[in-house]
Design a protein around this ligand. Sequence first.
Ligand code: SAH
Ligand code: SF4
Length: 384
Amino acid sequence: MASQTAESAFAGPCNLLGKSPEELRAFLESLGEPAYRGAQIYHALYAERRFDFEGMTNLPAKLRERLARGAAIELPRIIRKHCSDDGTIRYVLALDAVAQDSAAKDSEKTSRSLTPATIETVFMPEENRQTICVSTQAGCAVDCHFCLTATLGLIRNLSAGEIIGQVLIALEENRAALKPQTNVVLMGQGEPLLNFEPVMAALRILLDPNGMAISPKHVTLSTSGIVPGIERLAKEKVRPKLAISLNASSNAQRDEIMPINRKYPIEALLEACRDYPLRPWEHLTFEYVLLGGFNDSPDDARRVVKLLANLRAKVNLIPWNPGDLPYAKPDPARIEAFRRILADKDVRAFVRYSRGQDVMAACGQLALMEIGAATSNLTQISQH
Ligand code: SAH
Ligand code: SF4
């Protein structure tokens, strides 16, 4: 009887990646196995990063064989790897046409669509840590005019497994050179708060001390300012740090480059920010992409100071990374003048030059530059 239950539960291989401890326990129970086997698989997957059942030696051999036949651990496939002169690696990953995330309740319709997709993940090694930038959607519907990802439109939402899989694959690929600290930023393709449930399911695994055990201080979600999403995130028990892409100093200016501002204007956005329950160690980060001659004047800087008054916040000034779009890089002297105006008014501000520009891995440059060239073979393209 137990084995009959097991076989029916194995109708098609079930991808275990992205499942919560509860879901894994329930899955194992559905096979007639003790629930704690689910917890053991969770530990093997995320704490030990084992991706084949054979290597899960904490499981009995018979169960490992059964799982190998009927379940799967499907990491995204690397189809290209671009290595920058500064050490940054941009991975182009193929996502198969499989629905795999039972946690995708509210966005089920799109995230369960069977479209195959190609996305990008960026690995940035530093002296004492690595930062991994992951995508949360293939493409993006938000349509910021300065961002290359916007030109793709929304292709589809990613599942929790596809989001966590990007972190796992980047760590796995660089296993020999890993530094003690891993930072994860949800700043690749897509608007994380428009794919809320799968993003949260992936974050819960990332931040779980029994899972990937990354500190919430080292995980940042960046949003274009989806107010209901910020309000929803505020109520979550497990949360990353929050970054908001402000990118303009007035509604008129923001309307011009971020049409989402017409739906969630600056006042509503900042109100949600003021209501956001910061933990004692936490601050909000405001990203401000500097577009040469458009939003980088001293008057803009003074308006930003006013907007951010009374918020526990810092500002990351990101000089625009060029793509085939009608904007200009800001002048270095204006960048510094802008930063100084903020700093003089006690608004902490840092200039963040994006890494990996030579391989189109920088902020806003992720847009599948090799559509059509993608094959299932791993090709390494190096700048050297
Ligand atoms: N969709 C989310 C997260 C991904 S974009 C968001 O918009 O916040 C991550 C950051 O890259 C955002 O702050 C965005 O404003 C910035 N960005 C987009 N295009 C850029 C470009 N061409 N140069 C520099 N930064 C860019
Ligand atoms: Fe989407 Fe962010 Fe690019 Fe805007 S900046 S189009 S929200 S990825």
